[in-house]
Design a protein around this ligand. Structure first.
Ligand code: RIB
Ligand code: CA
Length: 312
């Protein structure tokens, strides 16, 4: 049996690439996808997710509507990295797949029960949908094998000096996941920032003209101009990392540690605090997170290219 996987996304530019990579993996079965607020509104992320899956030829994968707001924090879109619509203005056909109306957390709980503890969850947006399911269904943790998140940072941040966007958007939900006892694999900025596409990598991908490479080329222009204004000509594959890990865990190295989220201080709100570099602090007893710290950049980028170029 293929490994059952659920993906929760706030479908922006790198989320789209992550979904396309996931659809190209041969050894997983994507049993459901949920789309919540994040890079842009929930309405946009829901539409983008449906359209990206249709582009991948996977209209059969159900997409469920996730949260329209974070639990407490205000809406924090990122138009400089994803455009106003989440896909950097790239135009792709509207999916005509049936529209699911069941809420993400309810559909997700049903799937988790159905797979009896074998379901792996990949989250590439805020943790709101997953944490809502954890609160609504207290027996949920025992049905989840592992949650692979793109989020957080042991050092630094990208939304504020202290926080990464997916955790900053809903720190309370993130803290709920880290405290739930579910095994978490954390792909924070510490590792995702190592997996960057150079101009040469992008050219190699764009030489093959398919609807998938065209979407990538069009959607990447806004974040690339933002990066260039900051002196960077690379593009970081944040959300792609936990997807690559599903099939090739050997691309990443990490350490088991405890992770907590700052939910009080206005200055460091959303910071992920970990004892990863000092595993003896007794304030940090719950070492249920594998914090990824190192990626094999060459192999990860080459696997990414292989998956993106597998579409005709
Ligand atoms: O910090 C990177 C994360 O923020 C990614 O998930 C990206 O899609 C944005 O939401
Ligand atoms: Ca994302």
């Amino acid at each position: 049996m293929k490994r059952p996987v659920w993906i929760d996304t706030d479908c922006g530019v790198d989320d789209a690439m992550a979904l396309l990579c996931a659809c190209a993996l041969k050894d997983i079965e994507i049993v459901g996808v949920s789309a919540g607020v994040g890079t842009t509104s929930q309405e946009n992320t829901f539409r983008n997710t449906r359209n990206v899956l249709a582009l991948a030829g996977r209209k059969d994968i159900p997409v469920y509507p996730g949260s329209k707001t974070a639990w407490i924090e205000p809406y924090m879109p990122a138009p400089a990295f994803h455009g106003e619509d989440g896909l950097g203005g790239a135009v792709i056909p509207e999916s005509d797949a049936p529209v699911e109306t069941e809420y993400a957390w309810d559909a997700f709980y049903k799937a988790a029960k159905k797979y009896e503890g074998e379901l792996t969850v990949v989250t590439v947006g805020a943790l709101t949908d997953l944490a809502t399911a954890i609160v609504k269904y207290p027996d949920l943790p025992k049905y989840i094998k592992e949650v692979d998140i793109m989020g957080g940072a042991i050092d630094g941040g990208n939304t504020t000096m202290a926080s990464e966007a997916n955790i900053r958007r809903d720190p309370h939900a993130a803290q709920c996941l880290f405290k739930s006892g579910i095994p978490v694999v954390m792909f924070g900025l510490d590792v995702t920032e190592q997996v960057r596409l150079t101009p040469a990598d992008r050219e190699e991908i764009f030489r093959k003209n398919t609807s998938v490479t065209r979407l990538m080329e069009e959607s990447i222009q806004i974040p690339l101009s933002t990066n260039l204004r900051q002196g960077l000509d690379t593009y970081t594959l944040h959300d792609v990392c936990p997807v690559l890990y599903l099939s090739k865990p050997e691309l990443f190295e990490g350490k088991k540690a405890a992770v907590y989220v700052e939910t009080q201080s206005p200055l460091t709100m959303g910071k992920t605090i970990s004892d990863v570099y000092a595993l003896t602090d007794d304030k940090f007893p719950d070492k249920n997170t594998l914090v990824m710290l190192k990626a094999d950049r060459e192999k990860a980028v080459s696997f990414f290219k292989e998956l993106m170029l597998s579409y005709e």
